[in-house]
Design a binder for this molecule. Structure first.
Ligand code: HGY
Ligand code: MN
Ligand code: MN
Length: 399
């Protein structure tokens, strides 16, 4: 099956007719349909599917005589709410297509070659970015994960069981088979556009984190409560958004409040509570800490004036990842000297790299740079160039 045919299979799954964006929440129907499709593709190729109790899967091509640490590629199939088609699935479909290219070339790996799918990379349902790879590597404990609930209050274990899985959270034996990992991903910026390259290699992932801000105030009547008598947590939240924007603007950092929960959510009531999530990213860990610390300090200052209270909880923090420089240089050189670029986006590849797995990433050009949006795009010629680059890379690593 060609890359284009596989891509056509996935395009309708979980797509909103209204926005054109995707809702592929982990362990829910659309993401499970993508997952079932993936397993079917693996079966059709005679791959040996190995899963773990976290919901992650690696499908192996282990020709007789192949030995040593596996060369694994892959990505994720979940999306952000109303996300794009490429973030995640491009890496999975390209992995299968690259394996086909290698087989068509008559290539036989001397090391096992695997295609991986990690669950809940976006953290869109249970809040923790790269949940599957964090659990598999032991970066997040099973005890912490067991406490996780989605927006409807469904526990992670219950969601997994409802999807027909038999969860057993924690460090995964899948990792034992992974000698190195190469994730192909749509670029989520325009570096490759500026450099006129269809494909690039990642040098680093900048540090980033997610922080929950709980603003507490006092519920009251929107008409009868004078402005002076209010303890309105929305006011403190609004000031905090502006503070974050101003603070991030002082450097090349990023600060985004993209999710908000207002209680009780009545148009004619001052809310009693506002919960908001800050996604913060920066050039260094020190800068990230300073950014979040300053936003918290200013939020606390506003709360004192507004008669509200604020507490901040770090939900998931990802330290800076510098990919294996020698490996990145070797891959870039092997692809004819493609650019090596850093990114502000997080990936399972970063979690594996931080856990000591030799890891690399390939990026495929995104003409607008737009991502986490229905408008996310990559031209098919660039996707095919990505498949060839991935096949070449895997061939060199597993040859
Ligand atoms: O949020 C991120 O950086 C990634 O796209 N999951
Ligand atoms: Mn993403
Ligand atoms: Mn992704």
């Amino acid at each position: 099956m060609t890359f284009e045919a596989m891509w056509r299979d996935l395009v309708p799954v979980g797509r909103s007719a209204r926005t054109g964006g995707y809702a592929r929440l982990p362990f829910a129907a659309a993401e499970r349909e993508c997952h079932a499709w993936f397993l079917e593709q693996c079966r059709a190729r005679g791959l040996e599917v190995e899963g773990d109790g976290n919901g992650n899967v690696v499908a192996w091509w282990r020709p007789e005589g192949s030995r040593g640490g596996g060369v694994v590629t892959g990505s994720h199939l979940d999306s952000v709410p109303d996300g794009g088609a490429y973030d995640g699935p491009l890496g999975v479909v390209s992995a299968l297509a690259a394996l086909d290219v290698l087989r068509d070339r008559g290539f036989v790996p001397t090391r096992p070659l695997g295609v991986a799918v990690f669950v809940e990379e976006e953290g869109s349902r249970f809040g923790i970015a790269c949940l599957g790879s964090r659990l598999a590597t032991g970066t997040l404990s099973a005890t912490q994960a067991q406490e996780l609930r989605d927006r409807d209050g469904t526990a992670l274990l219950d969601a997994m069981a409802a999807a027909g899985l038999e969860p057993s959270l924690g460090p995964s034996a899948l990792l034992d088979g992974i000698g190195c990992f190469v994730e192909l991903h749509v670029e989520q910026g325009r570096d490759l556009v500026h450099r006129g390259a269809a494909v690039g290699v990642a040098s680093a992932i900048r540090p980033h984190g997610r922080y929950r801000f709980d603003f507490a105030g006092e519920a009251n009547h929107a008409g009868t409560t004078s402005m002076a008598d209010r303890r309105d947590p929305m006011l403190t939240y609004a000031a905090t958004v502006l503070a974050a924007r101003e603070q991030a603007g002082r450097t090349e950092a990023r600060a985004t409040f993209g999710r908000l929960d207002v209680h009780p959510g009545g148009t004619n009531a001052v809310p009693s509570r506002v919960t908001a999530w800050l996604d913060a990213r920066a050039g260094s860990e020190e800068e990230l800490r300073a950014l979040v610390g300053e936003v918290e300090r200013r939020a606390t200052g506003h709360a004192a004036v507004d008669g509200t209270a604020v507490t901040v909880t770090a939900e998931s923090v990802s330290p800076e990842v510098r990919f294996d420089g020698e490996l990145a240089a070797r891959i870039a050189e092997g692809l004819g000297g493609v650019p090596v670029v850093p990114t502000m986006a997080g990936h399972d590849a970063g979690v594996l790299s931080a856990a000591g797995v030799p890891t690399a990433m390939l990026f495929v050009r995104n003409p607008t740079g737009v991502s986490h949006s229905p408008a996310e795009h990559a031209e098919v010629e660039d996707c095919l160039a990505g498949v060839t680059a991935l096949a070449d890379t895997l061939g060199r690593l597993a040859g």
